[in-house]
Design a protein around this ligand. Structure first.
Ligand code: WTA
Length: 651
């Protein structure tokens, strides 16, 4: 449940404004705020005409649509009668013109490199699409993807899209348990994976995790394994298929499945306020339109751009801005497998210099880590190819924003701070770099056609300068369509705070100039180092441990990660707290969910502060975790002594 807006405080005051550099603005797709305003007004006045026109311009349609939008709140269907195919839009549409242009510039962590042209990528995708068909995968079937950041991840996604299969990518950093839960929820028939991937010089044991998960994934009929690290041999048995063997001998022609606009494209699991991740469901045409249009406008793409988004394909940013958005636009996209600081602190900057990247899109947590490592590392490399910088995943503090602009961008590159979510499918609030004067730390304005409003609980707009809840009040093409397998949860989570209006779960305010400032989550979701985690998931992992009786997990502000996880744990009777037990519990969470969910701090407590109805008062725990005096109303607290004891507990 969201905090009330009065509790959302803002301490930021930021007066610096950076107009788009003139030379940049002159060549931009959208030049100046007048252009932006005109588009915004057009979209607001006649949304169906606006989106219909964009959809016709942006996508290849096998069959045209007549109905732009069928909106029965909270259910939207876009471009209803149309038929298209996303792989066709990413590949065939560019052929033969871009046959020899690099689609993917890949660098593995160990330093292996591959330059894959549009022609080659298309052939590989078609071979895999035929391979999937040979395994019996049909339109609408779910296919799991659990791969490192290698080109085959893009091939896998595109091959699914080509035959109308629904992909569900699971981040390679997730554990066997997390993988199992997602495969079962999606009812995946086939899983595409690898023996391992490289991260910080070590092998991520994907195949080991898959093998463990398979003990309890009845829907999985086949597992296709790519050789990446040659760390382990593919097990024998009829379930297992070698990637190479599957694609070898397949035809590089595969007629695309012309799917209806609303055909499901992918399911991506994301954390919510309960212990069970939500399968966010996106469908084909609306998502494609959002990804394509925002990639071109927000990154102001040009044909010769070398574009690098550092996100993993396991997150939505990897879906929209590593794979689909750039490929639909026919640019070259850089893909890097490994850690940003491996083998040295300048790996990113070395990559930018080598590939002459023109656009860099990364996360504030990475920027803060680079700041800490020092300017000397980027200074060693020629970063003059860069012309635009982007940020995503959490609010970027003005200090990091300025460092990014000055040290990485040499003061000449506009910075676009892009706000969006797994659920929104594509960027919603962001500067347009040739138009919008930016302020460090502000995502500036909603894109044309996006109705973002800051409201209070009663649905009343809050005055400028005051914090409130961020809603999107009108449907947009790339919005999620449902929570897979749980349509009620879709309504409850996103459309029950104010019926008919999409609740983002974020707090925000606008300043006197109408700029949007995002203020973080107001529900029990936290952004840890750019990864979105539900505190309830971590709690349920903890209470699954035999020695734990109860647990509450909250976020605490952290200079590097944005938010760090603090777990308050009460132990079962007779269990003694100890530093070893803390380690054991932290390792247990890693095993249950993945290392990204490992608590930064575990505090043992005799009891947790609760209301008289037994609800844990997280607001108080957040204060305790941050080392603050617990503020606000404690009148419903059952036992004030519990709170006093927690504050003293600094073991
Ligand atoms: C946060 C990632 C402030 C926000 C694309 C949102 C941001 C959540 C920004 C979604 C930004 C993302 N400024 N906060 N520019 N971008 N967020 O689903 O809290 O992994 O609700 O999607 O990240 O995270 P998700």
């Amino acid at each position: 449940m969201a905090d009330t807006p009065q509790e959302i405080h803002s301490v930021l005051t930021e007066a610096r404004v950076f107009p788009p550099p003139e030379a940049f603005a002159r060549r931009a797709h959208i030049r100046g705020m007048q252009d932006y305003q005109r588009l915004w007004d057009e979209a607001a006045k006649a949304p169906e005409k606006y989106w219909g026109d964009r959809a016709r311009e942006e996508l290849y349609w096998k069959e045209p649509f007549q109905t732009v939008l069928d909106w029965k709140p909270p259910h939207a269907r876009w471009f209803v009668e149309g038929r298209t195919n996303l792989a066709y839009n990413c590949l065939d549409r560019h052929l033969p013109a871009l046959k020899d242009k690099p689609a993917i510039l890949f660098e593995g962590e160990p330093g292996d490199r591959r330059r894959i042209t549009y022609g080659e990528l298309s052939a590989e995708v078609n071979r895999m699409a035929n391979g999937l068909k040979s395994l019996g995968v049909r339109k609408g079937d779910r296919v799991g993807i659990y791969l490192p950041m290698v080109p085959e991840a893009a091939v896998a996604m595109l091959a699914c899209a080509r035959i109308g299969a629904v992909h569900s990518v699971v981040f390679g950093g997730f554990s066997a348990e997390a993988l199992q839960e997602r495969m079962n929820d999606a009812g995946a028939r086939v899983l595409l994976t690898a023996d391992g991937g490289w991260r910080k010089g070590a092998v991520v044991p994907l195949l080991k995790n898959v093998t463990a998960a398979l003990a309890n994934t009845p829907s999985l009929e086949k597992v296709v394994v790519l050789k990446r690290t040659a760390d382990v041999a593919i097990p024998s048995g009829s379930k297992w298929v070698a990637w190479d063997a599957l694609v070898q001998g397949q035809s590089d022609v595969c007629e695309p499945e012309w799917v209806e606009s609303e055909h499901p494209l992918f399911i991506l699991y994301t954390s919510g306020s309960t212990g069970k991740p939500k399968g966010v469901l996106h469908t084909t045409a609306g998502y494609a339109l959002g990804a394509s249009l925002t990639t071109r406008w927000v990154f102001d793409l040009r044909e010769d751009d070398v574009y690098w988004c550092t996100a993993d394909v396991g997150w939505v940013t990897g879906h929209s801005y590593v794979v689909y958005g750039p490929l639909m636009n026919g640019v070259s996209t850089v893909m890097y497998e490994g850690a940003p600081t491996h083998p040295g602190p300048d790996r990113f900057w070395e990559l930018i210099a080598r590939y002459k990247a023109t656009i860099l899109y990364t996360a504030p947590t990475a920027i803060r880590a680079f700041m800490r490592l020092g300017e000397e590392h980027p200074r060693k490399h020629d970063l003059s190819s860069l012309r635009l910088l982007g940020s995503v995943g959490e609010p970027i503090n003005p200090e990091a924003w300025m460092w990014y602009r000055d040290v990485i961008g040499g003061g000449r590159c506009p910075v676009v701070d892009t706000w969006w979510q797994t659920e929104t499918g594509s960027i919603m609030i962001s500067p347009l770099p040739g138009a919008t004067p930016t302020k460090p730390g502000s995502a500036t304005f909603p894109l044309p056609g996006i109705h973002a409003e800051i409201l209070d609980r009663a649905g009343k707009p809050v005055p400028r300068g005051q914090g409130g809840l961020l809603f999107i009040t009108k449907p947009w093409p790339s919005m999620l369509r449902s929570v897979y397998g749980d349509p009620e949860r879709y309504v409850r989570t996103y459309f029950s705070e104010l019926p008919g209006r999409y609740f983002t779960g974020d707090g925000a305010r606008t300043d006197q100039d109408g700029y949007f400032w995002l203020m973080g989550r107001v529900d029990d979701v936290v952004n840890v180092a750019g990864h979105r985690l539900g505190t309830a998931e971590v709690e349920s992992a903890l209470v699954a441990h035999a020695k734990v009786s109860e647990s509450a997990v909250v976020g605490r502000p952290d200079d590097l990660k944005g938010t760090a996880l603090v777990a308050f744990v009460t132990l079962k009777a007779g269990i003694r707290p100890s530093p070893e037990l803390k380690k054991e519990l932290a390792a247990h969470v890693s095993k249950e969910i993945g290392a990204i969910a490992r608590p930064d701090e575990i505090r043992f407590a005799e009891g947790l502060p609760k209301t008289r109805s037994g609800k844990i008062m997280r607001r108080l725990l957040r204060d305790v975790a941050a080392g603050k005096q617990a503020t606000g109303d404690t009148t419903t607290l059952e036992d004030l002594n519990v709170l006093a004891a927690l504050s003293q507990n600094d073991e």
